[in-house]
Ligand binder design. Structure first.
Ligand code: SAM
Length: 288
């Protein structure tokens, strides 16, 4: 069965989001665009070819142009020439959403300066997938992308974000995770909540929640692999009403154990779990 249809695309550039793991995480509209664009462009042409094959889309005699950070000076003029000719050009990065810690920004700027049409076929994005399942507040968040390789610059980045109140989101490599967790524990404090989302949407998807101390301890002797999003709870809001925390603990205790209630409320209010646990124990003993 083919999941795309034949359509006539308007001229312009189409940023197409592609799966971050599971190949079926692609929208029907993204498939329509990939099947019907006059020209295809990709950060990694082999990955895109494989995706087309999985979804039964034929390249036919269309051009598939490689466009990434290292060949932009050569590839960009080719893509712009097609757009100037009134063609539809679909661009996909290796995985996820183009421009999000991925190439595409200079392409977009050039296209905008020539007043060509740009549209997005939205879809998978690792930071959003991670935020969705982490259990940390989602109303305000800061996405840093990849931290610098240099250790002192990484520390500087963390220090700059220490008092930010929203959830912090970083892309991280498996081999650097331990170092990063140690530094995060040192700068943000071991009681801060954190979440490691590894291999999202893939067979070995793995999500670990805990304090930065717990996460550091857990990962320090493990040689893990795969793709990772690290989330750190935002700074504690000193204005939080104690009564609101107490009420939430009471509500949570109606259906949860003390431990689970403490964990849920600590995450929701972004306050140390230890303190909430003590309070939950007290509330439970009074209630019993
Ligand atoms: N453009 C992509 C997006 O929309 O998320 C991100 C590309 S960036 C080069 C790749 C990084 O994203 C990985 O190193 C990892 O930090 C994160 N990532 C991508 N896929 C992931 C997955 N399935 N699980 C966890 N993290 C992932």
């Amino acid at each position: 069965m083919v999941n795309y249809k034949s359509i006539k695309l308007s001229p312009g550039l189409y940023f197409v989001s592609t799966p971050i793991g599971s190949a079926r995480d692609i929208t029907l509209r993204a498939l329509d665009i990939l099947a019907n664009a006059d020209v295809l462009a990709a950060e990694d042409t082999r990955t895109l070819k494989k995706l087309l094959e999985i979804h039964g889309i034929k390249l036919k005699n269309r051009s598939l142009i490689s466009y990434h950070d290292h060949n932009a000076s050569k590839a960009l003029p080719k893509l712009l020439a097609y757009l100037e000719m009134g063609k539809s050009v679909a661009y996909a990065s290796e995985a996820g959403t183009p421009l999000i810690a991925d190439p595409g920004f200079s392409l977009l700027n050039e296209v905008l300066s020539l007043e060509n049409n740009v549209t997005s076929a939205p879809g998978p994005c690792a930071l959003i997938a991670a935020l969705t399942v982490a259990g940390l507040p989602t109303d305000r968040f800061y996405f840093e992308g990849f931290l610098p390789n240099n250790k002192s610059q990484r520390e500087l980045k963390f220090r700059g974000l220490k008092s930010y109140r929203g959830t912090l989101i970083f892309y991280e490599s498996a081999k650097r995770l331990n170092d990063t967790l140690l530094k995060a524990t040192e700068v943000f404090g071991g009681d801060r909540g954190g979440v490691i989302c590894r291999e999202l949407t893939k067979k070995f998807e793995d999500i670990k929640r805990g304090s930065l101390n717990e996460l550091s301890e857990f990962y320090c002797d493990k040689n893990i692999k795969g793709e990772i999003v690290l989330l750190v709870a935002g700074a504690v809001n000193p204005d939080i009403e104690q009564s609101a925390i107490e009420q939430n603990i009471k509500d949570a205790l109606k259906s949860m154990s003390v431990k689970d209630a403490a964990e849920a409320v600590a995450l929701a209010f972004n306050v140390p779990r230890r303190d909430v646990y003590q309070l939950a124990l007290k509330i439970k003993s009074v209630g019993d």
